[in-house]
Design a protein around this ligand. Structure first.
Ligand SMILES: Nc1ncnc2c1ncn2[C@@H]1O[C@H](COP(=O)(O)OP(=O)(O)OP(=O)(O)O)[C@@H](O)[C@H]1O
Ligand SMILES: [Mg+2]
Length: 303
């Protein structure tokens, strides 16, 4: 079975002369939590607006649920729930009343109200006025509203923007439980740590281009460790290793090697010492995800 529910093909958006989204090939499969990661201005919101049919692509195509978005717009959008900008509410209505207005408009059965309030954990405060809601509660009410129609795909554009750490955690926990009901989620963020903690797949966009798209596991694999060696004579050590066919790099006053297996480390140590070099440090260094992001983008992004 083909379980690719979102596929974009060279999706491109130009605003006058500026390319905001550049030949983007995105692929989201059923049941995934797809983290769409990129610094400010990378093109996340523009991509999401195209997926929701809010703006037309300049080039390229979008297939959602195996159908072309341009051709089956209405039936596709009925199966998508979304939260793109911060939601606005009638402040003098309660959370439940605000949700009720949406429910009636969309002709959704009444019992679904309690279900979604429960999912976003707002049941206890459902009868309070929304003007008394915290930002985090407002965001969760927005997600409740997006969930009303039991969508197959939920699209959330930076749902944790502006929230404090506990608000972020609440949204994160809430998103993580959604695939249990068979739903797929596209969630954007400019925070790698956040995506790392909730996504199963990651698409990294920078300057409108997709620069990485794979499982979160594959991204973590890139955090390969390096061996950092402190020696008395860097250039001599480099030559000694080279003669044995061992690659190393001299940087920041240390020799860096790509292998960290224990046997290898002791072999290197013995070899250098035998050659009259004093070794004063051997350390395994793991790259952070931030380092990897910087390597991928080649820029100091906002992450
Ligand atoms: N309506 C528009 N007219 C002209 N340029 C636009 C328009 N919308 C977006 N852009 C430009 O497209 C680029 C991508 O913007 P977009 O809002 O998609 O980025 P983003 O990844 O969502 O960033 P952020 O993290 O700040 O929300 C930016 O350079 C932006 O200025
Ligand atoms: Mg945005």
């Amino acid at each position: 079975m083909n379980d690719q529910i979102v596929v974009t093909n060279n999706l491109t958006k130009k605003f006058k002369k500026n390319i905001s989204v550049d030949k983007l090939n995105m692929c989201i499969k059923r049941g995934q939590i797809y983290g769409f990661l990129g610094p400010n201005g990378a093109g996340k919101t523009t991509t999401i607006r195209m997926l929701l049919g809010l703006i037309q692509p300049s080039q390229g195509s979008i297939e959602i649920f195996h159908q072309n978005l341009n051709k089956k717009r209405i039936s596709i959008l009925q199966r998508i729930g979304s939260l793109v900008e911060s939601p606005t509410y009638y402040g003098n209505l309660t959370g439940r009343e605000n949700l009720e207005a949406v429910r009636r408009l969309r002709g959704i059965p009444e019992k679904r109200m309690d279900e979604v309030l429960e999912i976003v954990r707002l049941t206890k405060v459902a009868n309070r006025l929304t003007r008394e809601y915290s930002l985090g509660m407002k965001q969760r009410l927005g997600i409740a509203s997006a969930l009303l129609s039991e969508p197959d795909l939920l699209i959330l554009d930076e749902p944790t923007n502006g929230l404090d750490p506990s608000g972020i955690q609440e949204i994160r926990e809430l998103i993580k439980q959604l695939p249990e009901s068979g739903m797929s989620v596209l969630v954007s963020s400019h925070l790698l740590s956040e995506i790392d903690q909730m996504a199963t797949e990651v698409g990294i966009i920078n300057g409108g281009k997709m620069i990485f798209q794979d499982s979160i596991e594959q991204l973590r694999q890139k955090r390969k460790s390096l061996l950092k060696v402190g020696v008395s004579d860097g250039s001599a050590s480099h030559s000694i290793l080279k003669r044995q066919g061992i690659q190393s790099q001299w940087q920041d006053d240390y020799l860096w090697l790509k292998e960290t297996k224990p046997e290898f480390v002791s072999e290197i140590n013995a070899l250098l010492v035998r050659s009259g070099i004093s070794v004063y440090r051997l350390e395994e260094v793991t790259k952070s995800l931030e380092d990897i992001f910087l390597e991928l983008t080649g820029t100091e992004g906002s992450l």
